[in-house]
Design a binder for this molecule. Structure first.
Ligand SMILES: *Cc1c(COP(=O)(O)O)cnc(C)c1O
Length: 370
């Protein structure tokens, strides 16, 4: 089965092999050396003043960012399930929240954020997805962050990059906290989350908040190449392996360029066979198609072509399907997925198969490669 969901993504064979070694103790020079190397590589990927690894899924990092960086009111941008989650976290943790809500295909505008921040001076942190995975859209995070800092530089900007870190180069100039998760663009099993932090964020964290997710405790320990609690040793070994694999494969610049071309080629291929792209500003992490036959297409992909793409959640259940573009993906796999979608349309009597999707994908992805 080809796993083409925008998280979890397939784990490369060499990474699985690296993670199959015997368990080592986390309080040993041996593991500390692995931790130090991994940390160094994360600094290169995040380009921020501090990085912290947490043994949790991505939501744990979202919660730790909110509790440690927001002391009064969180502004959360809700254009989908993950943006909505930031607001729920704030409320659950006893904070106030102000929400900007849009339909799941609509990115927030800089103007909306500016107006809301000006109208609510008690807001001390903003949380937004870079790529909102619920509908596959890209928010204009860099422009929002810049505008917010111009109004009040002490507002902490939390950017959920769980489907963006490892997908594209992110300008972190005005971002205080950038979140990544293991099972999306980083091609690892679930269970590890990473936060990049700015100097201003570290200052605001101070002594930290909470216990398990107290970022001050983690920063202190991780600067000494250890963790406050038992480290997710196996996943960190896998993380080092995948970061070294990306480097061997030509580095992050090549990964970003390949992903961008893959996104462009996939989108063009799907439009060429008459399908409609759902988000108004598609993220590079996935292509989301809204279609009356979304469920039927997914079923055919699964049963006839052994391809697993994601569906939609909540009100988009049965109305969309989402094709992953994150990670190191063999071009022949991507081409097969798109070819399968075209075959599915033929089976549904929608469009006679003529190989258009495959042709368009190859023309853009292969021919435009440098
Ligand atoms: C998957 C995802 C999350 C949540 O991560 P979990 O690992 O499921 O806790 C948060 N934000 C975005 C944008 C995601 O895609």
């Amino acid at each position: 089965m080809l796993l083409f969901t925008p998280g979890p993504t397939p784990v490369p064979q060499n990474v699985r092999n690296a993670m199959s070694a015997e368990t080592i103790h986390h309080r040993t020079p041996e593991f500390e050396a692995i931790f130090e190397k991994t940390r160094k590589k994360l600094f290169e990927l995040f380009c921020m003043d501090e990085v912290v690894m947490l043994s949790s899924s991505g939501t744990g990092a979202m919660e730790s960012a909110v509790t440690n960086l927001c002391h009064d009111t969180l502004l959360n941008v809700n254009s989908g399930k993950f943006g909505e989650r930031f607001g729920k976290i704030a409320v659950a943790c006893g904070l106030k929240n102000v929400e900007i809500k849009n339909e799941w295909n609509t990115p927030v505008s800089v103007e909306e954020v500016v107006a809301t921040v000006k109208a609510n001076p008690q807001i001390d942190a903003l949380a937004v997805q870079i790529s909102e995975s619920a509908g596959g859209l890209r928010h204009p995070v860099e422009a929002i962050a810049k505008a917010v800092k111009e109004i009040n530089p002490s507002i902490m900007v939390i950017a959920d990059g769980i489907t963006a870190v490892g997908v594209e180069k992110i300008d972190v100039t005005h971002i205080d906290c950038l979140i990544a998760g293991s099972q999306k663009a980083l091609m690892l099993p679930p269970g590890l989350a990473i936060l990049g932090l700015s100097a201003a964020a570290i200052e605001k964290i101070g002594k930290g908040k909470g216990y398990y997710f107290n970022l001050a405790t983690e920063i202190k320990n991780q600067r000494a190449n250890t963790t406050a609690w038992t480290a997710a040793t196996t996943l960190i070994i896998g993380l080092l392996e995948i970061l070294e694999t990306i480097e061997r494969d030509g580095g992050v610049e090549k990964l970003f360029a390949d992903t961008q071309r893959r996104a462009k080629a996939t989108l063009a291929a799907m439009e060429a066979i008459g399908l409609h792209v759902y988000p108004k500003n598609p993220a590079l992490s996935m292509t989301t198609i809204d279609d009356q036959d979304a469920s039927a297409i997914r079923k055919i992909l699964n049963n006839d072509f052994h391809v697993n793409v994601a569906g939609g959640q909540d009100h988009l259940k049965g109305k969309i399907f989402r094709i992953n573009q994150m990670g190191l993906i063999a071009p022949y796999e991507m081409a097969w997925v798109l070819n399968s979608v075209e075959m599915a349309l033929d089976k549904l009597g929608r469009r006679r198969y003529d190989g258009t999707a495959n042709k368009i994908f190859n023309e853009i992805y292969i021919k435009e490669a440098k």
